[in-house]
Write a protein that binds this ligand. Structure first.
Ligand code: NAP
Length: 303
């Protein structure tokens, strides 16, 4: 399918979708496309993790390159920038298989530079690329209520919009390639601040002998209310540290934001401090826990 055809509006009748990366976020996001009736070709490093999608009718392919050969639009949701490189530029990678007029959309949180590189390499193959990282966590992915931040050519964004709409409810275009990733970095800078605030507040509540559930009942309804407080503080109180959003992924994001901020000539001391605390938490063995496990790391460091 060419861009012109996609502009006519993708539908299950005229569009085959490729999906790469079926972890915490990818499985839920891709499920919404299957539920809408799309024909989906799926690939993941560990095949078993694609099982819920295969059970719903997705067809397994052997590589990102094969997904790109067979599909009109390929969406990717892998972990780290090195995974994105492997998926797009590696052997039998997506950009090896992509057809002229094909569209690839990287929804991984990665570096703006890498998104620009993908866009350039796609253009060399007369194909199109968008960066479209998301916010809203595992809950937002499951409920199709993500906030999607998009960079790349406007006509391609418009063309793909109906697919984004199946996964998210707040979808904004931010500018040329890499702009979606930059918007996501703004999001992560806020999350770093709210996360340390929520965790330190609960450490304080416990030390002051307060009932933490009652404290949450008060503060979540006041000016401190936010997504992190509403969604993650209750998990902390149940000692449920499953990801969610992994600490090592957050360290990756803070590293990207700090590198970009150096390039932009700005200084973000709050972010640097939170990054340092998270690196300690990861070194203490919490890297694969949810980001709210910073709470236990803070308790341990206070002992
Ligand atoms: P995840 O559970 O680790 O999923 C990543 C998936 O990508 C895994 O299934 C992994 O395969 C697969 N993968 C990695 N390299 C691959 C490759 N070369 N070829 C094929 N598949 C590959 O991570 P996630 O929580 O879904 O997060 C995905 C991205 O979204 C990250 O960039 C994260 O920062 C971002 N994000 C996460 C959240 C959240 O709340 N979780 C929210 C917003 C944004 P294996 O199964 O073999 O590991």
């Amino acid at each position: 399918m060419t861009l012109t055809r996609v502009c006519q509006k993708p539908s299950p009748e005229n569009t085959c979708i490729g999906w790469v990366g079926t972890g915490v976020m990818g499985v839920s996001m891709c499920s919404h496309l299957l539920d809408a009736g799309y024909d989906v070709r799926v690939f993941n490093r560990t095949r078993e993790k694609a099982r819920p999608l295969l059970d719903k009718g997705a067809v397994w392919v052997e590589s990102p390159g094969q997904a790109a050969q067979e599909a009109d639009v390929v969406l990717t949701m892998v972990g780290f920038p090195r995974d994105v490189r492997q998926v797009y530029f590696g052997e039998d990678g997506l950009l090896e298989g992509i057809r002229p007029g094909g569209i690839c959309v990287d929804m991984t949180t990665t570096s703006p530079d890498l998104s620009r590189e993908i866009s350039q390499r796609a253009a060399e193959k007369k194909a199109f690329a968008l960066d479209a990282p998301v916010s809203g966590g595992d809950v937002g992915a499951r409920n199709g209520k993500l906030s999607i931040m998009v960079g790349g050519d406007w006509p391609v964004f418009e063309a793909i919009f109906p697919l984004f709409r199946l996964m998210g409810e707040n979808i904004l275009h931010h500018g040329p390639a890499g702009s979606g990733q930059n918007a996501k970095m703004c999001n992560q800078i806020i999350i770093a601040g709210t996360m340390i605030g929520v965790c330190e507040s609960l450490v304080y509540a416990a030390a002051a002998g307060l009932d933490p559930d009652r404290v949450l009942g008060s503060v979540s309804k006041g000016a401190a209310g936010c997504w992190t407080l509403n969604n993650l503080a209750p998990r902390i109180l149940k000692s449920d540290y499953a990801p969610g959003f992994m600490i090592d992924h957050f360290i990756k994001d803070m590293g990207i934001a700090l590198e970009e901020s150096r390039r932009l000539g700005i200084c973000l001391p709050g972010l640097s401090l939170v990054e340092e605390l998270y690196k300690k938490a990861s070194a203490a063995g919490h890297g694969c826990s949810g980001t709210h496990a910073l709470y236990t790391a803070l308790l341990d460091s206070g002992k």
